[in-house]
Write a protein that binds this ligand. Structure first.
Ligand code: ZN
Length: 170
């Protein structure tokens, strides 16, 4: 069975064994998505991301959200004006984002794997696949820890953050 592109869901085309050995088909992104990501301006990228069934945030190196595709807006129950320009902790409603200093500036923030994953991908260009992170957020006014599984891909000067799962932790 062929693997599917983690972004658009299309089946990844079968390659030769040599290509597979070289890791060319192991990244979960199809040629079409890769070409689209790298060939479009950011405005066009946003439009393309809106066609995807997976939730994707476009972030800068400081984990500030520049865009959230429609699926992400639905998942997070926020409209674009409620996420654009906000930090990851605000968007995920992390309890620490409400502390003095805000997201990224509190004592808890250096241990935040969500932020670190975005920052590392931004700094190194290296993609991360399905990183399990924990976020404590307010749900109906009460703190609740959720598990956010995220993947990252750096495109030009932004990081695409795909939310592979967002579920209450055990
Ligand atoms: Zn694809």
């Amino acid at each position: 069975m062929n693997a599917k592109c983690a972004w658009c869901g299309e089946e990844l085309t079968e390659r030769t064994g040599t290509e597979r050995d070289q890791g060319l088909v192991s990244h979960g992104i199809c040629d079409s998505c890769r070409r689209t990501f790298f060939s479009r301006s950011l405005g066009e990228l946003d439009l393309f991301l809106d066609t995807l069934a997976v939730p994707v945030l476009v972030m800068d190196g400081d984990a500030t959200v520049r865009y959230a595709n429609r699926t992400a807006q639905t998942l997070l129950a926020k409209d674009l004006p409620e996420v654009r320009g906000f930090k990851n902790g605000d968007v995920f409603e992390c309890v620490n984002a409400r502390l003095p200093g805000g997201c990224g500036k509190t004592d808890q923030c250096p241990g935040c794997l969500l932020r670190r994953t975005v920052e590392e991908t931004y700094a190194t260009g290296g993609r991360r696949e399905k990183v399990p992170t924990l976020v404590t957020r307010f749900s109906n006014g009460r703190p609740q820890t959720v598990r956010a599984i995220v993947s990252t891909e750096k495109i030009d000067n932004v990081v695409l953050l795909r939310i592979d799962a967002l579920d209450p932790a055990e």
